[in-house]
Unconditional design. Sequence first.
Length: 267
Amino acid sequence: MVSWAVTGATRGIGFGYIDNLSADPNNQVFALIRSLSTAGPLQELAGKRKNVHIVVTDLYDIKKLGEAAAKVSKATGGSLDVLILNAGSAGPHTNVLPPTAFIGKEEALEKEINENMKNNILSPMFVINSFLELVRKGQEKKIIFISSPSGDLEFTRITGIPSVVGYSAGKAGMNIIMTKFGAELAPEGIKTLSMSPGWVATDAAEQVTGEPEVRKYMLNAFHKIDPTVTGPTPVAEAVASQLKTIRGLTAENSGKSVGRFGNNDWF
């Protein structure tokens, strides 16, 4: 049985991972979530599939993360095969602003950067370090960070998108940290990967790109990368391609930052 732990699993891509993985009874799936109050669909799925385990924790609290790791350890016999760091946040409402819009708004800029560093760098690092001993004893030994093309220099340069400053910096920062984890842990056979899911049809994406004018702007930007893009990919399809890449992760491509197909195809 292969054990998987996924953060941010109540909706969107995270829930898509739980749904896909738990369809195979040979998988043991742990959904690490912040609260049961928004976990209705997840609880319903767990009621139908006994290989789904819901673990409520706080991704910023080392003590609670340790308790979560202990619960997973008890269920698996002390190991974890794959850790997927999906939880993240675009930060405060100032994420729509380009860099120069923060002139004279230094407090807003500090909040924009600090919240994203906490959500997209510190939290994933806390989770990795809390679950590392379990991954060390797993068979697959894989740690996956769900990133974003917003954190890629060439993607940003070509598309010309100047907003989501803190979010982009957070994702880019965690990308390099994942490479450093990979470099450090390679002698132990542990593999890491930063992977962008692309433009996926989640509730969060709809909130950002749902307005017709915003959608038109994003499509025009994305067409500079891929002229065939017509809209977001369904969650199930995006997750299936990501899982194929995760399963194909080897020591040779550990530490890379890629799209969901395992290359630089962001969509």
